[in-house]
Write a protein that binds this ligand. Structure first.
Ligand code: ADP
Ligand code: MG
Length: 264
């Protein structure tokens, strides 16, 4: 078992108010799985991701990664695990604006025991893997949204993480570019990478093998994709890509707030 959450709760204190963001979560994820975490805004998805990514600790309950109970580790031990074992991909890319793609991808190696030497070669290889061999010297503002997200994915992969954690990875991309990024995740998963993606979009979740649905800090359902009735009722990715102007498409929000960069 790669990840095991046992009776995890997370309570935020906000003045006198206490918010139960997670309430008794039990979840096990195996190596090589591709899991989508879905649920409405405020249901606890990001809180869950932060705990699985060792960015935060539960208020009670246990989080295990690779047989190690992280709840008992010091902050610096936790930071080391985060650096070496978790790759993060965010909606807003979170790249260093003044650094080239290559330098951005090398960044995690600064903090890593796995070696500063050979960093250029490793960064180049992983940039090639995400299809950016010809953009290594570009800074983020010289790249399209999809290319920026590829740089972020390369950075997430450079330490060969146990888990790739992505929070709404296509949320800032137009439908076509988002579909390309999801195809890249599919390829990375086929190479054996464990992926956990947080999304509220059905067409994103459809790429996963298993869907965990959350409501109010609880897991409401946890099913293989083919048994998740809600997701089979929604359009296939190809349908969404083929009709980006459909009002009913979950991606319509993005199209409304941001014009597609690459519409044909
Ligand atoms: P989601 O990602 O599903 O939208 P979150 O995990 O971000 O949900 O939030 C779950 C609940 O916890 C929400 O009610 C949110 O307002 C609350 N919350 C999240 N982070 C904090 C925080 N740092 N302090 C106080 N409340 C928080
Ligand atoms: Mg969130």
């Amino acid at each position: 078992m790669l990840i095991r959450l046992t009776n995890v709760t997370k309570v935020y204190k906000l003045g006198v108010e206490r918010i139960r963001a997670l309430d008794g979560i039990n979840l096990e994820i195996d190596r090589g799985e591709y899991v989508a975490v879905m649920g409405p805004s405020g249901s606890g998805k990001s809180t869950l991701m932060n705990i699985m990514g060792c960015l935060d600790r539960p208020t009670s309950g246990a989080h295990e990664l690779d047989g190690q109970v992280t709840t008992e580790l010091t902050a610096s031990a936790l930071a080391r695990i985060r650096n070496e074992r978790i790759g993060f991909v965010f909606q807003t890319f979170e790249l260093m604006p003044r650094m080239s793609a290559l330098k951005n991808v090398e960044m995690p190696l600064v903090y890593s025991r796995t070696g500063w030497r050979g960093r250029h070669k490793r960064a180049r290889l992983v940039l090639e893997r995400v299809g950016l061999a010809d953009r290594m010297a570009h800074r983020p503002n010289q790249l399209s949204g999809g290319q920026r997200q590829r740089v972020a994915i390369a950075r997430a992969l450079i330490c060969n993480p146990s888990i790739l954690l992505a929070d709404e990875p296509t949320g800032n991309l137009d439908t076509k570019t988002g579909t390309e990024i999801l195809a890249l995740f599919d390829a990375i998963h086929e190479q054996g990478q464990t992926i956990i993606v947080v999304t509220h979009e059905a067409h994103v979740a459809r790429h996963a093998e298993r869907i965990v649905r959350m409501t109010d800090g609880h897991i409401r359902s946890d099913l293989p994709i083919e048994e998740d009735t809600l997701s089979s009722a929604s359009p296939r990715p190809a349908d969404v890509a083929a009709s980006p102007a459909t009002g009913a498409s979950p991606a319509a929000d993005n199209l409304a707030t941001r014009p597609p960069e690459t519409s044909g």
